[in-house]
Write a protein that binds this ligand. Structure first.
Ligand SMILES: *Cc1c(COP(=O)(O)O)cnc(C)c1O
Length: 219
């Protein structure tokens, strides 16, 4: 039962190898373990997987503090919305933040980096569909925001991140954000989940955020 997640991961890695050989990239799989207990995650840790994703600071702290002490190679990714008042704990526990989406948040993260003497890797979340209710920097503001984060704050921004609108046009959004990422000279791209990671690979995603395809449905 618990080995099921390993089989799923191996099968995904196989698909990635097939597709990436054509497109010549080597993407990393982030196992998004939000809502799942450490018991469910343990087989993947024992198998040697190192990149995991969570979407809540408190949950991440509870689940990962001890495990990260035991294994310093583990990389923890924040993939959910991050409030500016939770940045201290976030900078303590996470290695990557995929949801950098406001100046206020960027300023707060910088302050915590200095306090804790720790540098993280960041993705700027882009609101690619210009959706009113969705988090993320608007496409037209992305260049300015990136410049601010890099030049003013010296944050290590490595790429863009996208959660595409659910309107059946995933491929178009992935293509657009991949082009924007390239234009901005960014090396990494956080794009693709269980349902669309194969399309994301076609457009040069380097970090796939995969949850339910590995762990099963969230309860
Ligand atoms: C939950 C989550 C994922 C994983 O979603 P699945 O469809 O289960 O693969 C990826 N990215 C973000 C931002 C998430 O919140």
């Amino acid at each position: 039962m618990s080995e099921e997640s390993i089989n799923k991961l191996i099968s995904i890695q196989g698909n990635i190898k097939k597709i990436s050989n054509i497109h010549n990239n080597k993407p990393q799989v982030i196992c998004v373990s939000k809502t799942f207990s450490i018991n469910k995650i343990r087989p993947l840790l024992d198998y040697g997987h190192l990149h995991f994703g969570e979407n809540k600071v408190q949950e991440a702290e509870n689940k990962w503090t001890e495990i990260k002490k035991e294994n310093k190679e583990i990389k923890l990714h924040m993939v959910g919305k991050l409030q500016s008042n939770k940045t201290k704990k976030a900078v303590e526990i996470f290695d990557y933040i995929h949801s950098l989406d406001s100046i206020k948040l960027a300023n707060s993260l910088k302050k915590r980096e200095l306090e804790l003497k720790k540098k993280l890797f960041y993705f700027i979340q882009v609101n690619i569909g210009d959706e009113a209710q969705k988090a993320g920097i608007l496409v037209k503001n992305t260049n300015n925001f990136l410049n601010y984060c890099k030049t003013e704050l010296d944050l290590n921004v490595i790429g863009l991140m996208v959660l595409p609108p659910n309107d059946g046009n995933v491929e178009k959004y992935f293509k657009n954000i991949s082009e924007l990422n390239f234009k901005l000279g960014l090396k990494h791209l956080s794009m693709g989940m269980s349902s669309d990671y194969e399309i994301a690979l076609k457009y040069k995603s380097t970090f796939l955020r995969i949850g339910s395809e590995i762990f099963g449905p969230r309860v």
